[in-house]
Design a protein around this ligand. Structure first.
Ligand code: DHB
Length: 534
């Protein structure tokens, strides 16, 4: 009958559509598909070829999010061409990611007028110094797949994509016109810094195999040569404790509360009362009160939580959480068994003082000393003890008051699931989840759930460093500005110490005057990389 034929035709076209959606992308790089371009840096031409929007996996969940652009200095297409002492065979490959706020990462196009620096960005400087630039887009927490409905960018998708991009480069090492795939150097800021650290720490781990296979990543190694990490928002499952170890006692937070719940409607019927938390009965106060917008702070990376100059008082519930989280940090630090360069064990007493605290002070002291040496007047800073031009001591409690608190407690795993990190650990139907038992057990809403241990683990570089079957990048450069309080300095410090204690080459410091930012010292950054690659 006519209806049966119609139904049959509809079924056939559904099938065809499904087949069409399964289109496999070739993993073979096409060296003929480029444009020739030139940008200016310091009045000089930087000429390159751009191979744009190359899909780097054969079965992308999102074609746009899993594409990369490759930029190659024009000199390498001329016979015997060199740039900065590199040839087309020796040129390192700079692999910047554009991830911020755990949102989808955009391709880091070379640019002569970067929003943050106002000048050349890292990709353009890299090209000018003879690096091949491979800039992947990366799935993020709001990425919807090409099926139009599934959230395909939740944890650990971002690291799966970054690895897939590395594998694509290796798979095409003989098709790429230039670039040494043994010298791949990742770079990122904030959530992107965390991603860069994760790539460096998890090389060739089997734990991502299923996800890599699902998107049709090339079957190649995914370890890298060096990792550049600016203010990495990493070690998320311990970042709340670290934050309160530093900021406990500072009771005004500057994160814009308007942005606290970008995804979630306010919970109706969240019940006041008491819950049992860590053996204590915790009074549940009202939610945070917004005291006017106070003026937006604008010099922050795209997709970072927004900040207002006016602070908001923490609630009683948040203060209790701060005390409890602070009390949990020493045990975590002490279990790590960290050592400084002289081999002294770094520990914390129950009250939060101790050799680890002294180590953190020494990082800030070195930062302040560099500013003093450069002629800055720091005499107004009450958290520094300065004698005869030398920084003698740092008072961390006074530092915290001076730096101010960005985030209310808990900083990352919010009881009401409202943080970007809760969203990052969300489900494929976009339901945010917890990633610490601390927050899960204090969530007042029925039915709140926790991300799987597998996913929490695979988002944290610390679980991989020193593990069998993992190739950690031999070289690391980690920066966290001395004014940055998007996460506590202890978090990048623990990453740096763990790497150092496992024998890796680590350059770690806290640049004076820098807040939550990255790529602000591009000359030094590429001097460091040249020192390793030449
Ligand atoms: C970023 C900043 C944060 O404070 C955070 O919690 C996550 C990400 C960022 O700038 O990428």
């Amino acid at each position: 009958s006519a209806t049966a034929v119609k139904a049959d035709t509809a079924a056939k076209s559904d099938e065809a559509e499904a087949k069409a959606k399964q289109v496999k992308y070739s993993l073979k790089f096409n060296a003929k598909n480029y444009t020739k371009e030139t940008l200016q840096l310091d009045g000089k031409d930087v000429a390159f070829r751009a191979y744009r929007n190359v899909v780097y996996v054969s079965k992308p969940a999102s074609v746009a999010a899993e594409s990369m652009s490759i930029f190659i200095p024009e000199a390498y297409f001329q016979k015997g061409g060199t740039v900065n002492g590199y040839t087309k065979e020796t040129a390192p490959i700079f692999l910047p990611n554009g991830v911020g706020g755990y949102m989808p990462g955009e391709i880091k196009e070379p640019s002569a007028n970067d929003r943050m620096s106002g000048g050349a960005n890292a990709s353009l400087v890299a090209l000018s110094r003879g690096y091949v630039v491979a800039a992947p887009a990366i799935r993020g927490r709001t990425t919807v797949g090409d099926d139009g409905k599934t959230y395909v960018g939740k944890a650990p998708a971002l690291i799966v994509d970054y690895k897939a991009a590395v594998r694509y480069l290796r798979y095409n090492r003989h098709r790429l016109p230039a670039g040494n795939t043994d010298k791949i150097i990742s770079n990122g800021t904030s959530a992107g810094g965390a991603l860069s650290a994760l790539l460096g720490a998890t090389g060739n781990s089997k734990e991502y195999a299923a996800e890599l296979k699902a998107i049709g990543a090339a079957n190649e190694r995914d370890d890298i040569f060096a990792s550049m990490d600016y203010c990495p928002i990493t070690n998320l499952d311990h970042a709340d404790m670290a934050y309160e170890w530093m900021f406990n006692g500072v009771n005004e937070a500057h994160q814009s509360s308007a942005q606290m719940s970008p995804l979630l409607p306010l919970k109706s019927g969240s019940m006041p009362g008491t819950i049992k938390a860590g053996g204590q009965l915790v009074p549940l106060g009202p939610g945070p009160v917004v005291q006017g917008d106070g003026g937006m702070v604008t010099d922050r990376p795209a997709n970072a939580p927004t900040e207002t100059s006016a602070g908001t008082e923490m609630t009683q519930e948040q203060r209790v959480a701060s005390d409890q989280l602070k009390a949990l940090f020493p045990d975590y630090v002490n279990r790590l068994g960290l050592k400084d360069r002289q081999g002294h064990t770094l520990m914390l007493n129950e009250d939060g003082t101790g050799s680890f605290a002294d180590y953190i002070k020494s990082i800030y002291a070195a930062s302040a000393q560099s500013a003093l040496d450069a002629g800055e007047d720091l005499s107004s800073l009450d958290w520094l003890t300065i004698e005869n031009g030398l920084v003698k001591d740092v008072d961390l409690a006074k530092y915290a008051a001076w730096a101010t608190r960005l985030k209310a407690a808990p900083a990352f795993d919010k009881f009401d699931l409202s943080s970007g990190e809760n969203d990052e650990f969300g489900t494929s139907d976009n339901t945010p989840r917890h990633f610490t038992g601390f927050a899960l057990t204090r969530d007042k809403k029925m039915g709140a759930t926790m991300a799987t241990w597998d996913d929490i683990r695979r988002m944290n570089p610390l679980y991989f460093i020193g593990q069998k079957g993992v190739t950690v990048a031999p070289h690391w450069r980690i920066r966290h500005g001395a004014k940055d309080r998007d996460t506590c300095l202890a978090i990048p410090a623990i990453l740096a110490l763990t790497l150092q204690n496992n024998g890796y080459d680590v350059d770690f410091s806290s640049p004076w005057g820098k807040g939550h930012a990255g790529d602000y010292d591009l000359t030094e950054l590429f001097d460091w990389a040249d020192g390793l690659c030449k």
